[in-house]
Design a protein around this ligand. Sequence first.
Ligand SMILES: Cc1ncc(C[n+]2csc(CCOP(=O)(O)OP(=O)(O)O)c2C)c(N)n1
Ligand SMILES: [Mg+2]
Length: 283
Amino acid sequence: MSTEPTRAGSNVSLRERAYRIRRNALLMGEVQGQGYIAQALGISDVLAVSYFHALRYKPEDPEWEGRDRFCLSIGHYAIALYAALIEAGILPEDELTSYGGDDSRLPMSGMAAYTPGMEITGGSLGHGLGIAVGMALGLKRKKSDSFVYNLFSDGELDEGSTWEAAMSAGSHKLDNLIGIVDVNGMQADGASRGVLDFEPLAPKFEAFNWFVIRVDGNDIDAVRTAFDAARHHTGSQPRIVICDTRMGKGVPFLEARERNHFLRVEPDEWRQALAILDEGRGR
Ligand SMILES: Cc1ncc(C[n+]2csc(CCOP(=O)(O)OP(=O)(O)O)c2C)c(N)n1
Ligand SMILES: [Mg+2]
């Protein structure tokens, strides 16, 4: 088997990819009438860079040994990952309408056993980084040059297990591990900083021997540059890209919602949201 990396299509812009990921997420959300839509819209730019710039994978062979692993620590962000996996050609587009249904491969909380391309099962917050540390250690022992990416949320910064994993990664000098934290400023109980104030965040990871970059997670060029810097950093240390994102990004009336952890969207609003996205396509 070829060990050449394969990325799905290269002649489509990252902005267009992000638009299509957002669109897929809205179409899935519409099936259920509600869901973790604001997070999906917020993280789409990061997912576009991940799947169409950074990650090495073969869409037709999601378990290809030479792939980079993309771990989704946050089970409830599954809708966002499905949207990206569909765009990447790892999941078929026509499965989108099964989202959240009985016997669907696309359950509302991510399950590795159900979904091609879903590396880990999330749901209980704070475990993804620890699993990613184990994967990164294992890959190193096998002399693999694959990277492990782990996307986790600012709510997961409240979990002690996240910090145990962070210290472990720094101690083991895991230069094949790239953390991505979505600092959208919100959690189920309201503003993140009102629950536990994790700022200043960068120095905390630096203290655990991580190479840290902080970026506007909705500035696609900045995210791409940050991902490149993280991957090509030459220090023997894990890397983290802290992404400040805006929930609901791309659909202003959803951005403006206050209780946005689990959004209920009225039937006519889905079409309005899609029309707004179409208007801003590629911008
Ligand atoms: C260990 C654990 N504690 C509590 C929960 C319940 N829970 C689900 S999502 C969530 C909010 C987590 O924060 P974040 O992921 O930042 O929320 P978002 O940005 O999606 O609003 C909580 C507390 C859980 N899933 N796991
Ligand atoms: Mg959050």
